[in-house]
Structure formats: C-alpha cells, structure tokens
Design a protein around this ligand. Structure first.
Ligand code: SF4
Length: 244
C-alpha cells in the first residue's frame, strides 16, 4: 500500500472504520504481515482478534501474527469434539510462538443440555451442531472486537476460492491475510521458522476439525475433502453467517 493510501485510511479511523472494499483494494496484493499490521493500525490494538482452529496449517498465520504483535488475542473454539492432538498442538504453539493471549471458548452448557443432550446432533443436524458449538460461541467471543483475522486460503476451493482480502462481517471488518497464499508458501513459512507440524498431519489428515466430522484425505483430493465427508456441507458457518 502506498503512503497516501495509508494516510487516507487512517485519517478516517478515529470515528468509523473505513469501508471494507476500500481496504481490500489497498491490500489486494499485500503480503500477509502487511495485512495483519494494517488491520492492527486500522482497527486498533484493543479491538482486533485472530481466530485460529490450531489445525494443520494454523502455525503459519500465528507465526506471521506473532512477528507483528504476539499480544493480539487468539480465539480458539473448543467445541467439545476436538481431537486430543489439536488441544496438545494448541499448547505446543502457545509455548513455541510465545502466544500470550489464547482464549479457548466453549459452547454454552445450557444450550448443549437443551439442544444436544445425547451428543448426536453432529449426525442428525450438523448445521445445528456447528451453530451451537462454533457460530454462537464465536459471536459471543467477538463482541468486544471491531475486526478479526482468520486463516482461510483461496486454494482451499469452494466458497473460499473467490474471497477478498478484506470483507465486511456485520459491524466488523474481517481480514483474510492468507487469501492469496499458496500451499507452498505456507510450507515455506513452516520450514523457515522450524514450526512443529500438527500431530495428525503425518497420519493423512490435510485438514482437521471436530472428530466426528473429519476423515483422512488422499493425495489426489482437495485439502478439505475430509471434512463432513459424504455430506453437502463444506463450511461450519462462522464464515458464511454474519457475526452479530
Ligand atoms: Fe458438530 Fe461436526 Fe460442526 Fe464439530 S464440525 S460442531 S462435531 S457438526
């Protein structure tokens, strides 16, 4: 982004956030670190969070973030159905990267008791299961923030193939610093920083979510083919439902 574009964006942030389309135009070809740094400046230090699944590629974005500011809060949705390996990987990355504000968010116990007392909702109605375990808890967790960062990539395909770098998400700005990043670039970040892999990556899981809805992926499949296998569902909802 050139200096004049920077100045114009920041002159307007005192009272209101600039339009997402304008920031997206300015950051369309920017490197991930510049996108994170710009998000921090536009939204403000107290009002920006990063949402991470601590999945197979998550360490790359967390590394970029810590290089910019390790104090950015990291929101982690602990659905109650995660692999033990993912919980261990979260703790490994907290120690490895020096993450200082990871917030593990759980679903409401009252909602679970009311809507999924037998823990079978993932099978009978996965959209409802994702709503009570991911979408609603994230909406609550994001209430204090005016902007959030996430790690989706266009190469993951589906609805992600055409996403912008910056978009409006209800009243918030949503930053996608890895929108343009390739799998090879992510591997390069892991290699350069000697980042530990997710424990399930070596066991054939290219993408890791909740246990009942995650399966191994063969080399000729897309990254997220193992998620909700055999169902039309491809997204949990946190990126398709506007956060209130
Ligand atoms: Fe439930 Fe599966 Fe969604 Fe996890 S990914 S919240 S288990 S439906």
């Amino acid at each position: 982004m050139n200096a004049l574009a920077h100045q114009r964006l920041f002159e307007r942030t005192a009272s209101a956030l600039p339009p997402a389309e304008e920031i997206d135009r300015a950051l369309r070809d920017a490197a991930p670190a510049e996108i994170v740094a710009t998000a921090l400046r536009i939204v403000g230090r107290e009002h920006l969070a990063l949402v991470s699944s601590f999945g197979t590629e998550s360490a790359a974005l967390l590394k970029v973030m810590t290089d910019v500011d390790p104090a950015i809060p990291v929101i982690f949705l602990d659905t109650g159905w995660l692999f033990e390996e993912t919980l261990a990987y979260r703790d490994t990355l907290i120690a490895t990267l020096g993450l200082c504000d990871v917030r593990s968010i759980k679903p409401s116990e009252a909602t679970l008791s009311r809507e999924d007392p037998d823990r079978e909702l993932w099978f009978s109605d996965p959209d409802a299961c994702c709503r009570i375990r991911k979408v609603e808890p994230l909406a609550r967790a994001l209430k204090p923030f005016r902007g959030w960062i996430n790690g989706r990539k266009r190469f993951q395909g589906g609805l992600r193939a055409a996403m912008p770098v910056v978009e409006q998400d209800g009243e918030r700005l949503k930053f996608n610093p890895f929108a343009n990043v390739s799998r090879q670039q992510i591997e390069a970040i892991y290699a350069a920083a000697n980042l530990p892999p997710h424990p399930l990556a070596a066991k054939g899981f290219l993408s890791v979510g909740c246990m009942p809805c995650t399966s191994r992926t063969s080399p000729d499949e897309e990254t997220r083919a193992g998620r909700w296998r055999g169902r039309p569902k491809t997204e949990c909802g946190i990126h398709t439902v506007k956060m209130a």
